[in-house]
Design a binder for this molecule. Structure first.
Ligand code: PAZ
Ligand code: MN
Length: 913
């Protein structure tokens, strides 16, 4: 049996961390499930202990209040501190939904970081007018919300799990094991099991279950998910998932159909405003109960799997059976319509044993799903509701079930209504129970503060615990090694029954494609939700509703296959670099191997079902790769390459600056833009460029690239840009107030390309903010690395030095400034902010609050590189002037996007719209 994963996690954290919650080094009452004292857990605990004395405590029940949460951190921190100004005391940990077949857990854990004390960042913040408001000055808070499920029949495993993580205690005893457990500990719980198992919880864990109304919880959970998670709802028609963007203002009313053992139909009119308008006793329990009796199946999933090989025509009475093979066209029924589920069994002289269990299961599944779809439709009609969301563990991500329900809704509504499903369908109740704590703060969070990630395990196990929790990375790797053997079965497309056996012969025909039906029926397609209260929408987007970051939509299968091949081919080289970056040790090699397996498995899964992880664009794939590297603790695979290229480029920078200074303004501007485009060739993420590096030194390649810069470029708006910058004739336009320069790669790209351009803007009186990644991605320069690079460059350039001083980038110089050198206050500053991401691309719906603050006074943005200006944001429209600069380092992209060739350049200038 595979080891466990607890996958869907809401992380309340500046930048993500490890997915697995750590396990405390506590002694068990009876049996500990988990790994004691593993490294990260101990670290987390130690930090918590040392900071504990700073936290104000009271005797009241611990609560979590995320309202007005804001990040407080510095460039050096991996997990910047989040301050919760309204967080009064401690936090509460756990909420449960104990259903007939599954127990769902939502629990919160938090970890601490040191407070930020970075002078450099503080000054930049002051410059940018970012205030810390009324934040309290204790060093907290980051955390995660985890989602886990167990089979109810294995409730003891669940209790062990809760015990091993000490989830049943408030934070005090969790982090201070010497403190006595809280005798009055109460856990919010919903579902029938909250009553049934209350005594067991008291007996085993000494906690009381505080029962929450199930409907209340379902609605609260659904409302939260539908408002806060971008790709939560989807339609499922003929095997195809389509994500539906729900406008918050148009969400209500909707019909929530929760299909558990029985079925509830709830009309939802708002937060806390709902009415159970109907239901049916024919639900998941009926399918499983009857199915068990009729087929001797041992589990729900086994029964579901059987249905995939079934042919219901052998047992259902079809219209054609009654009408001699003819349609009953007068009332619109085709011969293949089910006239009566199981109806054939009356007329045939057969016993139960004469029917195939597969056929019985399919007939049952169709009977129940159609029936639920039909009753839901009738209720929607009754209340004039257009949208129906289906949830509950009956569905469990099973394609055929969803298709059947969708078909029924479509059929009866004559296409007027669409069934929709929820990716986190199984956790509605538990999430709602969590939200019933007095102050949980989740409801103030918005879509842009949630980032969904897909750590290994999540897509396959859907948060299901199969054994003790994964403790440390080592265990995860062992699990990966086992997983990969099994994973070949899991990830490879499931061989299906020939067409006609599953879909044909029914109540009209939902044409599910065979290959899309999966045998692992519990695939919920849920990832990990990181909750990052500090993220904001980039305020300069012209129209958020119209904004789509991805230029390449991978729903075109050819495109998908092409990019998958590119990424697969790149994998070996990447693993080499990653392993080398960690000293090439045996441990690094093992992790490298695990990373390669994990990433390949992701690719295989996505190739099989591109919508498995939500809406998929190229940017998501590139980010997935970076996240996967981090999951296996490769912090910065290109670290030494970046250093080497920085050094080489800094060495030639003074000569370049001298050369530039000898030019006229016009020629200089052109040379600067050429320089940016030419230096963008240093891209370790592009196959063609990596091959180039074997053929020459950095400086040789740079020269070659510069010499090839012939205008016109493939996209060439330089003249319009020049006019805006320099004017024409006597007209001298005012300089931009502030420019945001989204920089790309380390080395020549930033040092010989973007820095000289920044210098030119500074010289003209424009404030410059260099916007760089928060976390490493390929050879992209990070915000943490930039100040040193700028400081080095400033040694050879007065303009850069003074601007960097004014922007607080040079710490020593800044101290002088503080000592009384007033002169600097009138200088134009050069600053650095982090963008909030760790990917070669950028989704401007989710950027750091620092960047959002810096954007407020900006009237020019310059996006540089393939990732930021082409793969994403090529079509983005801005409220201010925008310049997009990139060299296209991929032949196919060049053909598709600009009808050109590899190494062609893009200089797209778009004045404020
Ligand atoms: C990963 C990248 C977007 C990085 O490009 P950059 O933003 O550094 O210009 C780019 O290298 C890329 O799309 N690479 C994959 C395509 C290829 O190897 O041809
Ligand atoms: Mn890059």
């Amino acid at each position: 049996m595979a080891t466990p994963t607890e996958d869907p996690v809401l992380e309340i954290d500046g930048i993500k961390g490890e997915e697995e919650e750590t396990v405390e080094n506590n002694k068990p009452i009876d049996k500990v499930v988990g790994v004691a004292g593993e490294e990260s857990g101990q670290g987390e605990r130690d930090m918590a202990l040392s900071a504990g004395s700073l936290i104000h405590r009271s005797g009241s029940r611990p609560q979590l209040d995320l309202s007005k949460a804001a990040i407080q951190g510095n460039f050096e921190e991996r997990n910047p501190t989040i301050l919760l100004p309204n967080q009064s005391d401690d936090i509460f940990h756990l909420a449960l939904d104990i259903g007939g077949s599954l127990i769902k857990l939502v629990y919160f854990s938090r970890h601490e970081d040191q407070a930020s004390n970075d002078m450099r960042k503080k000054t930049v913040k002051e410059r940018l007018g970012i205030s810390n408001g009324n934040r309290r000055s204790y060093p907290i808070l980051g955390g995660r919300l985890h989602f886990v499920k167990f089979e109810t029949s294995k409730i003891n495993d669940c209790l062990d799990f809760i015990y091993s993580k000490q989830l049943h205690h408030g934070m005090d005893s969790h982090w201070h094991s010497e403190l006595p457990a809280d005798d009055n500990a109460v856990i919010k719980a919903t579902g029938g099991g909250a009553y049934k198992y209350a005594d067991l919880f008291k007996e085993r864990l000494g906690v009381s279950l505080d029962k929450e109304d199930e409907m209340n919880c379902l609605v609260a959970g659904a409302n939260f998910l539908l408002k806060a998670i971008r790709h939560e709802a989807f339609t499922h028609v003929e095997g195809q998932k389509e994500f539906v963007q729900i406008d918050h203002n148009e969400l209500f009313p909707y019909l929530l159909v929760n299909i558990g053992s029985g079925v509830s139909m709830i009309k939802v009119d708002g937060d806390g405003k709902f009415q159970r308008v109907s239901g049916t006793n024919v639900g998941g329990g009926t399918y499983w109960g009857l199915g068990k009796l009729l087929t001797k199946c041992k589990s729900f999933d086994e029964l579901l799997e059987l249905s995939q090989r079934g042919d219901n025509r052998t047992i259902d009475m079809l219209v054609g059976d009654i009408y001699g093979g003819m349609d009953y066209s007068k009332i619109g029924l085709s011969a293949s319509t089910i006239a009566s589920s199981f109806g054939k069994a009356i007329s045939e002289n057969k016993e139960l044993e004469d029917y195939r269990p597969e056929d019985i299961s399919l007939s049952l599944l169709r009977m129940i799903s159609y029936n639920i779809g039909q009753i839901s439709y009738l209720n929607a009609i009754r209340f004039g509701i257009k949208r129906i969301f289906f949830g509950g563990f009956f569905i469990r991500g099973h394609a055929y079930t969803m298709d059947t329900i969708s078909f029924a809704v479509h059929f009866w509504s004559k296409g007027e209504m669409q069934a929709m499903f929820l990716r986190h369908e199984g956790f509605l109740g538990a999430l709602g129970a969590f939200m019933s704590y007095e102050k949980h703060g989740l409801d103030v969070l918005m879509a842009h503060q949630l980032v969904e990630r897909f750590p290994m395990g999540a897509p396959y196990t859907g948060g299901k615990i199969h054994g003790p929790p994964l403790g440390d990375l080592n265990e995860k790797i062992s699990w990966m090694e086992k997983f990969v053997q099994k994973g070949t079965e899991i990830t490879a497309p499931v061989p299906m029954a020939p067409p006609g056996t599953t879909g044909l012969g029914g109540f009209e025909v939902p044409l599910s494609k065979g290959g899309i039906l999966r045998s692992d029926a519990s695939a919920l397609n849920v990832g990990v939700l990181h909750l990052v209260p500090s993220l904001e929408v980039f305020p300069l987007l012209a129209d958020l509703k119209m904004y789509e970051p991805n230029t390449i939509d991978l729903s075109d299968h050819n495109e998908l296959e092409y990019w998958f091949t590119v990424l697969s081919e790149h994998l070996l080289d990447l693993v080499d670099k990653a392993v080398a970056s960690e000293g090439g040790t045996d441990d690094a090699k093992r992790r490298g191997d695990a990373f390669a397996r994990a990433f390949s498995a992701h690719l295989a899964r996505l190739l099989e079902e591109p919508a498995a992880y939500g809406k998929l664009g190229l940017a998501n794939l590139l980010e997935l790769r970076e996240e996967c590297l981090r999951e296996f603790q490769f912090v910065d695979a290109y670290r030494s390459i970046k250093q080497r290229e920085n050094e080489a480029s800094l060495a030639v920078l003074p000569d370049l600056l001298m050369e530039l200074d000898s030019m006229s303004e016009e020629i200089r501007l052109l040379t600067l833009i050429e320089g940016v485009l030419a230096a963008n060739i240093f891209d370790w993420g592009a196959r063609a460029c990596v091959d180039l590096y074997h053929k020459g030194t950095i400086i040789e390649i740079y020269r070659m690239s510069r010499n090839k810069m012939q205008r016109p470029w493939r996209v060439d708006d330089f003249d319009v840009f020049k006019e805006r910058m320099l004017g024409s004739g006597d007209k001298k336009p005012a300089p931009h107030r502030r420019a945001l320069l989204f920089v790309d790669n380390a080395g020549a790209d930033v040092v010989l390309g973007m820095l000289p351009l920044a210098r030119e803007l500074l010289r003209r009186g424009t404030e410059v903010v260099l916007v760089a990644n928060s976390l490493p991605a390929l050879n992209d320069v990070t915000a943490m690395e930039l100040p040193d690079i700028v400081a080095e460059a400033a040694k050879h350039c007065d303009i850069l030095r003074r601007a960097a001083e004014a922007g607080g980038l040079l710490v020593d110089a800044m101290i002088n400034t503080l000592d009384g050198c007033k002169e600097n206050s009138c200088l134009v500053p050069l600053m650095v902010v982090e963008n909030g991401c760790g990917s070669p691309c950028i989704d401007l719906r989710q950027v750091s609050s620092d960047l959002a603050a810096a954007a407020k006074d900006a009237d020019l943005i310059i996006l540089e590189g393939m990732g930021r200006a082409l793969h994403t944001n090529f079509n983005a429209q801005f409220k201010c002037d925008a310049l997009k600069l990139a060299m296209v380092k991929n032949q196919r992209l060049a053909e598709k996007l600009i009808n050109g060739n590899i190494y062609d350049c893009v200089c797209r200038y778009e004045p404020a719209s």
